[in-house]
Design a protein around this ligand. Structure first.
Ligand SMILES: [Zn+2]
Length: 82
């Protein structure tokens, strides 16, 4: 079973479809029972969809890492406060 940290580390590759089948299965299994990662995944996917629809693939590439880092920072601060 993977952790939220593992999921966050792999979400960029997962969103790009750049993961092995067994890794994808683990990520999807985690996603199916973790509401925190569902929220993160949904917002990251929507953000990337907006960037993709705008046709800015260069922007997508340069933005995907900072987005993941911002989301992770939010998760970390959430964990600190709870
Ligand atoms: Zn999680």
């Amino acid at each position: 079973m993977i952790s939220c940290a593992d999921f966050m580390a792999a979400i960029g590759d997962y969103l790009e479809g750049d993961v092995a089948a067994e890794v994808r299965a683990q990520l999807e299994a985690h996603l199916s029972h973790c509401s925190t990662c569902q929220v993160v995944y949904d917002s990251a996917r929507k953000t990337i969809t907006v960037l993709t629809d705008s046709g800015s693939f260069d922007l997508l590439e340069s933005a995907s890492k900072p987005i993941t880092e911002k989301i992770m920072a939010r998760i970390r601060s959430h964990e600190r406060h709870s």
